[in-house]
Design a binder for this molecule. Sequence first.
Ligand code: MG
Length: 364
Amino acid sequence: MIDSAALALAEVFEIHLPLVRPFVAAHGTLAERHAILVRLEDRRGIEGWGECGADITPYSAPESPDSCWNDLVQRLLPAMLEDRTLATGGGPMARATVAAALADLRARRSQEPLAAHWGGSLRPVPVGAVLGVEQDPGGLLAEAAGYVEQGYRRLKVKIQPGWDLEPLGLLRAHWPDVPLAADANASYSIEDGTHLAGLDRFDLDFLEQPFAPSDLESHARLARRSTTPICLDESIRSVADAGRAIEAGAAQLIAIKSARLGGPSEAIAVHDACVAAGVRPWVGGLLETGIGRAHAVALATLPGFREPADLSGSDRYFAEDIVTPPWTIDDGRLLPRAEAGIGCTVDIDRLERHLVRRKSLFRL
Ligand code: MG
């Protein structure tokens, strides 16, 4: 239950944080992270931070940073500050932002790390790196070499029709023993089934989301004819979606992102459903700043997450993260913070350097 009665203040920030290099996937190119951040403060002055998962590519559609800003400023946060029941309006990414900030605030109130607050632990989280669609083989190999050197536990490459055999062949030839996966971001159709079954030769950890999110049947058919495990990501927008996918035999793995599911409670419920069904869950990332990353790392310590998470160090994306200390890779792992809540401090000066707009809402 949301203890909104104790809230005194809610602030919403939009920052535009440049990426170290543009990130290219089948759904578009991203050169900077447009992050919507929520800061809640209770009457004792304890704060809680949440980061919205929406970005400016169609990946987060139908939500966008603008739509989430409006949901937060016009609906969700005023309702909480006026002691009305948390409005059910607003999209899942906007709701998840509030739920994340509340979870941080609650964990800080009870003086426990966010990981413990959610039933996780302080165990290190093994992580993998994601390679964007990089049409230059030399650039792909150079980037991958950097990640292997830093100790990332898995390489996952974004693929699309016309860019799949070459990158996978190159990566496999250079690193025969490094766990390798491919993420298609729904860019294929069932007519590509034979071609995709041919990816079995690369001994992938999994092939992620080859087909349209609603097309569970095609995923189940490919899973039956190929030895490569199928992972679903965009298909899983709710706990019910996860149940249907598992029931259909459409997924051997499921990527869990709180933002898409509507919040951490839903993410934990999907984790539990996967564990009960013998499906392997892992935590996916959304190019978050250090705030969203802190939430994702805490979630990834839940006991059912045994696969590397798609989470990188801050330096993978940003010249300067907005949290201190930034997230760094330690032997292919991210270490959950032992301090209360998200365990890192938001650097307000840095945040203000990248600030685009800000809105403060007070309890009347
Ligand atoms: Mg994906």
